[in-house]
Design a protein around this ligand. Structure first.
Ligand code: 2NL
Length: 341
């Protein structure tokens, strides 16, 4: 039995030294020291030994166990270090390779105009309201006092979704304000920015999709003076304090009275130039006192409340501010153009 143990030690140590990977090393541990391992097998035969020999052999067997455990541990450390070295050299980073430059985007030129305008409105106490781009004809037209048969309801002008003309892409953001009036009590002070859609052919000044900001104020005792004061303040902040304005009578179905608002040409100061087509004035927006029918349609009593509203196109404003000659440039997303702003 002594010889058996000695032979086993030789064999096991050689195998442990000779192994090159951690899995084989674990297999060896099981083979020699496991519950059904070879050392255990020898110990189980000790029943046949004499009482004098039994403790001696037992001691030898235990010593062999310890020797092998130690040898396995040493080998494990060696192999683990080796495998770590291999991984480190395989995964080595070459920090001299040039990095990939991140393409940093920037705000779109029209959103700059929008942010600027919204800042001014927020400064005057307005909040911002948004709503769906696919709207009920009721909100797009009926409640805004735009009667059946009005040209803007025509299939040639509006993008409808169904044969009954019940749903359409909103042709202005007024329906957002209809929703505000139906869901909030006066005083109301909101602006609604967003995309609007009309069946226009694309050219230098038209696009079937464009952006608008509309504004609405409803309270007791709101008059045309509030409209003028608010819009003059807006134009003063947009184009410089003291910019002259002109309120021309106009017609909209949803306001009465209505007016279009011009400012004195900021390029020629009124003398007449290509910018204002020799007029000396530039048309900026449409506005008016909210029609009593509109207030009533939205659940507000026109005997108690009055209001004013206005709407303006963002593309035109952007084109004037940044001297852009063709509206299509704004939507073509040519980075050479967009990076300028
Ligand atoms: C334009 C100018 C305008 C409004 C929009 C409005 C909204 C409600 C009630 C009354 Cl909820 N009016 N919006 C008023 C005047 C002008 O837009 O040139 N539109 C074609």
């Amino acid at each position: 039995m002594r010889e058996q143990l000695a032979a086993l030690e030789q064999e096991a140590l050689a195998a442990i030294q000779g192994t090159e990977n951690l899995q084989t090393l674990e297999d060896l541990r099981v083979r020699f020291l496991g519950k059904k391992g070879e050392v255990t097998a020898i110990l189980k035969q000790m029943g046949g030994l004499s009482p004098e020999e039994r403790p001696q052999i037992g001691q030898l067997a235990n010593a062999l166990s310890e020797t092998l455990t130690a040898a396995l541990g040493v080998r494990r450390e060696v192999l683990e270090a080796k495998s770590l070295d291999e991984r480190l050299s395989r995964e080595k980073l070459d920090i001299t390779i040039p990095g990939q430059r991140l393409a940093v985007g920037k705000q779109h030129v029209m959103m700059k105009t929008l942010d600027e305008a919204l800042d001014i409105f927020i400064g005057m106490g307005f909040s911002i309201a948004e709503g769906p781009e696919v709207e009920l004809a009721a909100n797009n037209f009926d409640k805004l006092n735009i009667a059946e048969g009005h040209p803007s309801r025509d299939w040639g002008d509006t993008f409808y979704f169904d044969a009954d003309s019940a749903y359409a892409l909103r042709p202005q953001t007024s329906p957002v304000q209809v929703r505000v009036m139906e869901s909030q009590k006066p005083p109301i002070r909101v602006v609604s920015p967003g995309r609007v859609y009309r069946k226009d052919e694309v050219d230098a000044t038209h696009s079937p999709m464009f952006h608008q900001i509309e504004g609405l104020v409803v309270d007791k005792g709101v008059t045309m003076a509030d409209l003028k004061g608010t819009l003059n303040a807006l134009i003063g902040q947009l184009y410089g304090e003291g910019t002259k304005t002109r309120f021309r009578p106009h017609f909209f179905p949803f306001t009465e009275p209505s007016c279009e608002v011009d400012c004195q040409c900021f390029k020629c100061r009124g003398a007449g130039c290509p910018m204002c087509k020799g007029e000396g004035w530039i048309e900026l927006l449409g506005s008016g006192m909210v029609h009593p029918n509109v207030l009533r349609n939205c659940g507000i009593d026109p005997e108690i409340y009055s209001g004013f509203a206005f709407g303006m196109g963002l593309e035109r404003m952007t084109m004037m501010r940044y001297n852009i000659s063709d509206l299509r440039l704004i939507f073509e997303n040519d980075l050479r153009f967009l990076r300028q702003f």
